[in-house]
Design a protein around this ligand. Structure first.
Ligand SMILES: C[S@@+](CC[C@H](N)C(=O)[O-])C[C@H]1O[C@@H](n2cnc3c(N)ncnc32)[C@H](O)[C@@H]1O
Length: 197
């Protein structure tokens, strides 16, 4: 995959409202551990780092992890731990990384992953009452991201939802921030939606 848009500059993506709106649902973040899956070079993660106690990053692309590390130094972020693995590799080696998280975040990443495996496996690494956040909105700014993904987003979200609804609904606190979910299950676009059982 070509992720040049994540490497182009050292500029952080700030603010990133759809993430901020999702995080607004979560109280006392300064005591919580966040795991972000597929965070790229961290341009959206570094701006929220201070809100959490600790952030773990799983990112399989070495050049993105290297850039992430460089940005952590530049922006003086010392609560981020970088793990250069795919999500599956990480989960399959849990013995080595025996940690539980309070918040697990996927931003524009779920299309790379097998949702069923993930939603099943995630249970072993999330604390009781933990939050899962899935962000996959249609509105990707034009100057970065992949226009094909942009165009197909609604169809994709619909497919994910109908295929994985059963698993998704198992989570007590699931924040899905995606135009399709929001349009279908909630009020105005750009509002986060929480499913709570
Ligand atoms: C479209 S980019 C999104 C990056 C970042 N989350 C953002 O919103 O800017 C998708 C990211 O998912 C990562 N990724 C792809 N397959 C993955 C996997 N199996 N496990 C974890 N991350 C993966 C890619 O390396 C890339 O950084």
């Amino acid at each position: 995959m070509n992720y040049n848009y994540l490497l182009k500059s050292d500029e952080l993506i700030l603010p990133w409202p759809i993430l901020q709106k999702s995080l607004d649902f979560i109280p006392n973040k300064c005591n919580l551990k966040l795991l972000e899956v597929g965070a790229g070079s961290g341009k959206k993660t570094i701006p929220i780092a201070k809100e959490f106690q600790e952030i773990y990053i799983i990112e399989p692309e070495k050049h993105l992890i290297d850039k992430f590390e460089e940005l952590c130094i530049k922006y003086k972020c010392n609560n981020i731990i970088l793990i250069n693995k795919t999500f599956n590799d990480y989960i399959d080696n849990l013995k080595n990384y025996n940690k539980k998280f309070d918040v697990i975040l996927f931003q524009y990443t779920i299309h790379f992953l097998d949702m069923k495996t993930i939603l099943d496996k995630i249970k072993s690494i999330i604390n009781p009452n933990g939050y899962v956040i899935i962000i996959h909105p249609k509105a990707i700014p034009k100057n970065w991201g992949n226009p094909v993904l942009n165009k197909d987003s609604e169809k994709f979200d619909k497919k994910i939802w109908s295929k994985h609804k059963k698993h998704l609904l198992k989570y007590k606190k699931l924040i899905i921030n995606s135009e399709y979910f929001i349009k279908k299950y909630s009020g105005p676009i750009a509002r986060s939606y929480i499913l709570s059982l």
